[in-house]
Design a protein around this ligand. Structure first.
Ligand SMILES: [Zn+2]
Length: 153
């Protein structure tokens, strides 16, 4: 049932959750059986290894939410592809980010609506804590993406 409330994707299962220190700790498991290589789009079914990430999500019941998720690294078996091993891509989480996309979207809206020092205070009040440096980085990343997008067309 919590899987439905979280509404991440069909390959995510909640295997445990607990409330500790005014925070929900939710352990997620990926049940992906195959995934596409980001370089060549060939489908891989061979898992290379697993690694764990801690990810902040939007709050529930006015408490912070933190996911612990085990992600897979996969082999690309396409002999002409330069990528031999790749990490699984998720629709709701950018690579190398410590927050879900929806969590970062909320922080971006707060950061753009006021100063970053004020936004930091608001983020703590809303239980999506982020330092003003993090909020500045989110703004900077937004502009980098826009510039990339303009030149990409
Ligand atoms: Zn590949």
């Amino acid at each position: 049932m919590l899987d439905t409330i979280l509404n991440l994707d069909d390959n995510v299962e909640v295997i445990h959750y607990s409330k500790q220190n005014e925070q929900w700790d939710i352990i997620l498991k990926l049940i992906t059986k195959a995934t596409s290589c980001p370089s060549c789009n060939c489908v891989s079914t061979r898992i290379h290894s697993k690694y764990t990430r801690r990810i902040q999500d939007l709050p529930m019941n006015n408490l912070m939410v933190c996911f612990t998720i085990q992600l897979n690294k996969w082999y690309c078996d396409n002999s002409v592809c330069q990528t031999k091993i790749f990490t699984e891509r998720l629709s709701w989480l950018e690579s190398y980010r410590r927050r879900t996309k929806r969590c970062e979207d909320v922080l971006r809206k707060i950061a753009f609506s006021t100063s970053c020092l004020q936004a930091e205070k608001i983020s703590y009040e809303l239980k999506v804590p982020a330092s003003n440096d993090t909020l500045l980085r989110i703004i900077k990343n937004t502009f980098q993406w826009d510039v990339f997008f303009v030149f990409g067309n």
